[in-house]
Design a protein around this ligand. Structure first.
Ligand SMILES: NC(=O)c1ccc[n+]([C@@H]2O[C@H](COP(=O)([O-])OP(=O)(O)OC[C@H]3O[C@@H](n4cnc5c(N)ncnc54)[C@H](O)[C@@H]3O)[C@@H](O)[C@H]2O)c1
Length: 355
């Protein structure tokens, strides 16, 4: 079995999660790590088998020529690193959500990856949680009858949370294509964040199979009282003619079907989700048939939906998919969002959305 050479750029929280999981798996060898913060880099190296270290991603990638170029930087850095990955000759580029901060940059990334025919994987790794998988299993079994609605809510803001919500609703809706969206947004506070977002965005997605998607993300999204940890107050599920099934990121799963009320435990756990997420990259590189569940093409559909929701909130009305031209949605929000304080779904949100 081939061992795949890996470079990981960004030794922050998620970079360390990725690099640790690659290092622990015999199908991979971490041959290089990069961060502009030298102290971080030097602290990480001994934990990862002392790979080559560099503060320059381009120089490192050119020097070690990895099979996998992985980067886990904040979302302001995407297209430039994708280009470095492609130019290094990597067969697979693994990077973090969100795909980009604007539809213009997302489209550029898609064009670069398509032209280079390089595989890419986006880290929507919650899919690997047992509670997420259980809900998928119930939906896929047909136990909910004919699906009519899929939904996702999170109190965290858009660039952190919305692509997760959309990715899992697409999965629960059996990959049906979105045809149009319509949305509203409120609150300017997080437009200045490193994950720039309206404080609150909510909208509808119309899918080709007639199913309605409802997403509700940010300061106004409902509490999930069962979940104590604020960042995991997310509820994602589906309703059909015979019942519903839903996962709570930090609070297990539940379902009501014709056979009765069901439920179980589970909480998002990086230690459990990262190893199979990483393993599936080897499987995909081994054989094209083993499409990674978090493949770029699927994640890009979710990204387009997110940016179309933004455009609807900015311009009004319905927005058709797929998008045909790129724009800078965050700049447009900065220009057009009314200067009114966002209204909360619960007092606890004031801590994360200060006046
Ligand atoms: N999938 C998930 O569950 C999940 C969870 C948390 C965060 N994220 C995403 O992960 C990404 C990274 O978040 P994080 O919390 O790990 O951030 P972080 O700030 O902890 O780490 C980012 C690292 O990138 C480094 N960096 C910045 N510019 C660089 C450059 N030019 N070259 C090399 N290194 C550079 C920084 O010095 C820092 O160490 C974000 O996009 C975030 O949305 C995903």
């Amino acid at each position: 079995m081939q061992t795949y050479k890996v470079v990981v750029v960004g030794m922050g929280k998620r970079g360390m999660h990725h690099a640790t999981a690659f290092h622990a798996n015999s199908r991979f060898k971490v041959v290089g790590i990069c961060d502009i913060d030298k102290a971080r880099l030097e602290a990480a190296a001994p934990k990862l088998g002392n790979p080559q270290i560099s503060t320059d991603a381009l120089a490192l990638a050119k020097s070690v020529q990895p099979d996998i170029f992985c980067f886990c930087t904040l979302p302001n850095l995407r297209a430039d690193l994708v280009k470095i990955g492609i130019d290094s000759g990597a067969k697979l580029i693994a990077f973090e959500k969100p795909i980009a901060l604007t539809s213009a940059e997302g489209m550029k990334i898609k064009q670069m990856l398509d032209a280079a025919k390089v595989k890419a994987v986006i880290s929507h790794q919650h899919r690997y949680g047992e509670h997420y998988k259980k809900v998928h299993e119930i939906i896929a079994s047909g136990a909910l009858g004919r699906l009519n609605t899929v939904y996702g809510t999170a109190t965290g803001w858009m660039m952190h949370m919305l692509s997760h919500l959309i990715d899992y609703t697409l999965w629960y809706n059996k990959g049906a294509k979105a045809e149009w969206v319509m949305a509203q947004a409120a609150g300017r506070g997080k437009l200045a964040d490193l994950h720039p977002s309206p404080d609150y965005i909510a909208g509808f997605i119309h899918f080709s199979n007639g199913v309605r998607g409802i997403v509700d993300c940010g300061a106004g999204a409902p509490d999930v009282p069962e979940v104590p940890y604020w960042w995991r107050k997310c509820r994602i599920g589906a309703q059909g003619t015979d019942g519903f099934a839903e996962v709570m990121t930090g609070g297990g799963w539940r379902a009501v079907t014709k056979t009765g009320c069901l439920g179980g435990e589970g909480s998002m756990n990086y230690d459990l989700d990262m190893p199979p997420y990483i393993q599936d990259m080897a499987a995909w590189l081994d054989d094209d048939k083993n499409l990674h569940p978090c493949n770029f093409a699927t994640a890009y559909e979710g990204f387009e939906i997110m940016m179309a929701l933004c455009r609807s909130a900015i311009e009004g009305g319905q927005v058709a998919l797929p998008l045909t031209a790129g724009m800078d949605e965050i700049a447009a929000f900065k220009e057009k969002m009314p200067n009114r304080k966002v209204l909360f779904s619960m007092p606890e949100n004031a801590k994360e959305y200060p006046a």
